[in-house]
Design a binder for this molecule. Structure first.
Ligand code: ADP
Length: 443
């Protein structure tokens, strides 16, 4: 382990550490951040009354709107001249969300990424090809400095330019790759297309995150790149990647949340009340040590569950895979729809790749959903068409489209328009993410 003392700390000691850190946090935000001062006063909360994490449910939630309303720097708890770095998250409308880090915050960020990388199998001396986007997005620089802290050699290639990624995988022989799961799939597919084989590369570990993924995707990436692929989770508002991570030997059993720095809760998405341990709900995170922009009970909107895994290597609590976002639930002609329902259907159709997007719009007074889905490379190859222009009219594409839309109607009970497109035709965002939903009704 990178930091065995902390990572295996007995729970009573971990709890005492959290209690102390929470007291300091509450005192700091009350005296330094007007937003929290006002919110605490409105609820009649005296900071000294919060003495333990058991009291945390008395504190108000902080939602994304608080970051938007206090744009750019009004939630900061330190003078601007002590802020070493700013990052942004894409945000859904207009202005981005801005977060800041003091030198100490960056030090914690690097420590947590170093711990996380170690847990996924990385070791000092190994090379890490970092294909997360560098820039305002937290992923690139976050992984970069954490890998350096661990003692790895970082290849800061950033996202995109898949030919160059493959060249570096071959020429530099890195043992580890980090990127989004969908980009790892792309790299694996391109490797075959370029006529390369697994003996050309030396990868052993992949550290994948920044978007939801499934066991089916894990299987594809592990086979396609000959790696053990572990999950890394995080969000800009709370720090960035490295809030939680899967251990390489415990893949599929959940990701450790680093409890010495983050206090997690799971609450009901409608009532905000805590749910019993292990039950799904909205993940709410409190940053216990962050200086520049501390977060009290941040409502992540991510749906998951948390639980202690008694047989595990570490004592910290685990979270399951993200099952969707609380705000991702679409209501289409009165029917509740999660995009993961469409994903489940796609997983059962081998000719369609896991790269898809739902576009929701209004036609007259009716909500309509169009499903854009990329066909698999193998399916495209098997069509043997010289002119990709004729793709949509090809008999087998027409048949596949019919089969897919009937499945959707039968399983979900909603009619959707289906459009099959070529691999890589759905645009990815700067961080390499494929947004699962474009809701044009809100624009
Ligand atoms: P942006 O908002 O610019 O995309 P963020 O890093 O702040 O950048 O995005 C954080 C969100 O990304 C999380 O709240 C979650 O919904 C998603 N996410 C990050 N890592 C994972 C992961 N490992 N599994 C599922 N979802 C993830």
């Amino acid at each position: 382990m990178y930091n065995a003392e902390i990572e295996t700390m007995p729970l009573p000691r971990l709890r005492a550490l959290q209690d102390q850190r929470l007291q300091d946090l509450v005192a700091a935000v009350y005296s330094k951040v007007p937003h929290y001062h006002k919110a605490f006063d409105e609820l009649g909360i005296v900071p000294t009354a919060i003495t333990s994490v058991k009291d945390i449910a008395r504190l108000p939630f902080t939602k994304k709107s608080a970051l938007r309303d206090n744009y750019p720097f009004d939630l900061f708890a330190v003078p601007m001249d002590t802020v070493s770095r700013l990052h942004c998250s894409s945000g859904t409308t207009g202005k981005p969300i801005v977060v800041g880090y003091t030198a100490q915050d960056l030090d914690v960020f690097s420590e947590l990424i170093a711990r996380s990388l170690y847990a996924t199998g990385c070791r000092p001396g190994m090379k890490l090809q970092n294909a997360y986007g560098y820039g305002l997005f937290t992923g690139g620089l976050g992984l970069h400095y954490g890998a350096e802290r661990l003692g790895m050699t970082v290849i800061p290639v950033s996202g995109g330019m898949t030919d160059r990624q493959l060249m570096l995988l071959k020429d530099f022989q890195p043992e580890a790759l980090c990127c989004t799961p969908s980009y790892a799939q792309t790299i694996a597919e391109e490797l075959v297309k370029k006529g390369m084989t697994l003996s050309d590369i030396n990868l052993k570990y992949a550290i994948l995150g920044a978007e939801p993924w499934t066991e089916a995707i894990r299987g594809q990436v592990e086979a396609g790149l000959n790696v053990k692929a572990s999950n890394i989770y995080g969000l800009s508002e709370v720090m960035g990647p490295g809030v939680s991570v899967e251990d390489v030997d415990e893949r599929g059993t959940g990701s450790y949340i680093w409890e010495d720095h983050f206090f997690p809760e799971i609450v009901d998405k409608d009532t905000g009340e805590p749910v019993p341990e292990g039950e799904p709900g909205v993940l709410v995170l409190t940053t216990l040590t962050k200086q520049a922009i501390p977060m009290i009970r941040y409502w992540t909107n991510d749906i998951t569950n948390i639980y202690y895994d008694k047989g595990a290597k570490r004592t910290h609590i685990k979270m399951g895979a993200i099952r969707g976002r609380a705000d991702d639930m679409l209501i289409i002609r009165g029917v509740n729809l999660f995009h993961t329902q469409v994903e489940d259907i796609i997983e059962g159709i081998k000719d369609i790749s896991p790269n898809y997007q739902l576009i929701v719009f209004r036609a007259g007074n009716m909500d309509e959903v169009e499903v854009l889905a990329e066909v698999s490379e193998n399916f495209l190859k098997s069509l043997d068409i010289a002119e990709k222009d004729h793709f949509e009219q090809h008999d087998r594409v027409v048949a596949l489209r019919g089969f897919f839309s009937k499945k959707i109607k039968d399983v979900i009970g909603l009619s959707m328009r289906v459009k099959l497109v070529l691999p890589y035709d759905i645009p990815r965002s700067e961080g390499g993410k494929l947004n699962r939903i474009t809701d044009k009704r809100k624009q």
